[in-house]
Ligand binder design. Structure first.
Ligand code: ADP
Length: 183
């Protein structure tokens, strides 16, 4: 059975990779499909995202990376896929994902949506959270593969995280100085 894993992947995160890895054990082939969406202003071009995903999944022989536009079900039919693979993080994902699955069912009765629950450690993780952290100079090294972390820092004009909030002086409580010793 062939599954399509559609999304924006701007950029791909360890949460996405976890779904891809687990999906690749369930299906003969998983096609990670980057949606070409003219309405979104992405951080990375479709070409960059394809390369990022290819590099991150090269250890998985039954995973292919591609891009598409238009309706996901049309693309799935074109690729002779029977399954749309999606990840579920929280109740907030559920509502929109269920609506999407029902809509797709009205467009093609042949294609099933299969949801994989996020692994606990990635339940908070999204591409937008990563961009938000990196924009303010925080480290995303623990959230994306190393080559992607570097590309993200470069987008925001630095080559590494500027600060790691857990190690800055700023949050260390000041020792209290008796009033009469203050300058
Ligand atoms: P979209 O723009 O379609 O939401 P995304 O790239 O944000 O595309 O996500 C693609 C799919 O991956 C969606 O089904 C989303 O719910 C799922 N996903 C995103 N982040 C995670 C995560 N941390 N754990 C599990 N699934 C995730």
């Amino acid at each position: 059975m062939i599954a399509i894993y559609p999304g924006s992947f701007d950029p791909i995160t360890l949460g996405h990779l976890d779904i891809i890895q687990r999906g690749s054990r369930l299906f003969e082939q998983v096609i990670v499909a980057v949606l070409r969406n003219p309405n979104k202003m992405p951080l990375f071009s479709v070409q960059q995202r394809l390369e990022q995903i290819r590099l991150s999944t090269r250890h998985l022989p039954n995973v292919e990376v591609d891009s598409f536009d238009g309706l996901t079900v049309n693309y799935a039919q074109m690729r002779q896929a029977q399954v749309l693979l999606r990840g579920l993080r929280a109740v907030s994902d559920f509502e929109i994902e269920l609506q999407m699955a029902h809509t797709n069912k009205t467009l093609s009765t042949q294609i099933e949506t299969v949801f994989l629950a996020t692994s606990n450690e990635y339940s908070f993780l999204s591409s937008s959270v990563i961009k938000e952290i990196a924009r303010f100079g925080g480290s995303v090294d623990h959230l994306v593969p190393p080559h992607i972390a570097l590309e993200i820092y470069q987008c925001y004009n630095h080559n590494s995280p500027i600060s790691n909030p857990t190690t800055t002086e700023a949050i260390t409580p000041r020792k209290s100085i008796p009033m009469d010793q203050e300058a």
